[in-house]
Design a protein around this ligand. Sequence first.
Ligand code: ARG
Length: 566
Amino acid sequence: MPDLTLQGLDLFADRIQTELAAVLQCSKDRIALDRPRAEDHGEFALPCFRFAKAAKKSPVELAGGLAESLRIADITASAVGPFLNFKICPIALARRITEDARSDAWGKRALGRKTLVEYSSPNIAKPMHVGHLRSTILGAALARLHEHLGHEVVRINHIGDWGSQFGKLVAGWRRWGEENEFKKDPIGHLLALYVRYHKEEKEDETLPADAKAAFQELESGQENDTRKLWARFTSFSLREFDKVYQRLDVKFDLVRGESWYESKLADVVDWLKKCQVLQEDDGAQIVDLSSEGIKTPCLVLTSHGTTLYATRDLAAACSRWEEFSFDRCLYVVGAEQTLHFNQFKAVLKRCNADWWNRIEHIPFGLIRFAEGKLSTREGRVLRLEEVLDRAVELAAEIIQEKNPDLKNKEVVAEQVGVGAIIFHDLKHQRQKDVLFNWKEVLSFEGDTGPYLQYTHARCCSILRKSENGVPESFDADLLTDANPLLVALGRFPDAILDAAEKREPTILSQALLKIAAAGNSFYREHRVLGTGDEQLEGARLAIIDSLRNTLRIGLGILGVPAPEEM
Ligand code: ARG
């Protein structure tokens, strides 16, 4: 098994840093290597400005002097103005990559930290919408990124199953609920009740009164009819959500609805009291956050004594801290909830819970369709399953056209359709709004999931067609003409680390696109099979296998299936 800390280009970066630290007499982590301006200048660059003063030289002189005096195994240094560039010897690189990149441990680390990732968290009795899709896809990718780096990861689904809206739903059900309709399409029927409630509550005063009473019954903690109804709505909704999770191959260690923290709410309120941060405001209990630079106070209890979204998040955070003592707890939730997260973190800070800054909101932008933002209240929702179905349908059409004889066409269409949606999401910076365009999502060319899947399948096909696969020993020295592909592959471990640290899966997506582009150029320009040169074929098969394995692992982390044929 390769060394888990130094794989791919990282090994060479480490050699450069070690040598420079000795020469410049500073610690290794001060040697922050960049990429050279032009790719043919090498793989790493050091801007010499920071070190010039101590060396009593101009940055240009320092770079020039170092380029002449440095001796690093397998690496040549050259100066361009104040920059010191480093080029890895292509043979050394080829040997290294064809060994590291073909292993299951490629890109792995053993960082050994504990990271909780909360994601998806849809609301009961409503269809999961595309915002939840983003949270699910991003959160699952972040969880896998951290796992690959050797974190102990706990995946949590914080289902929205509590709150005053359930009072509304119960009130609506008691007036207009239809058992048959509910059985046919549970979420559809509940959504219709919710929409109708909002339409009629303005004209009919008894409606909001009933809703409030129902929520109080729910919060009373007693086993009553209201609670039975709620439990039934919940279990039917969870079953619907599971269908989506199965298609996306997403799993959770803990599915804990907001209601799970019910028994802990009173303790949290007591704790806030003890910390003397609660104050009364018009009958309600709030925490003033102006000392933390937040104008809007955090509402903890309503004037009727019922809890709020923030109360339940405070309880959940405390309970998670007690249970896991996490290094980090990530909440993958849309940017529109930023204030909420700032508020509840600020409450923890005011209570001197010194772990408050281990809580991290990971916000993301909206998915925009031509129709604009969709609202549940008005009943204008595009269901997630419809989006997936449509992607799969389109994928099936494309497969029928491009490869009509493919075995398992239906399975592959599902993999391509779902994979396309996932990759489309993860290719954008998470904070940016994503404009959804079907043509772009499913194209087999350009920066898409199907393009990466296709490149992977192409490698599998080359390896299948070769007589004996990759030989036991091969001459990596013959791969100097694959340098751009080797460099792109060599950056894979660093892309994983960087993507996890910045909570930005797009860094991995973009690295994979670069790798695939370099791979496609390589096999377009170089014959792999049938060159008549056994040595050359063996070496080229090894790099195709490195490409295959890197795409397989990378797509796996993103959650994009990688079929071997398509
Ligand atoms: N259920 C919420 C919604 O759909 C998201 C929950 C986010 N997580 C949290 N701990 N507040 O808007």
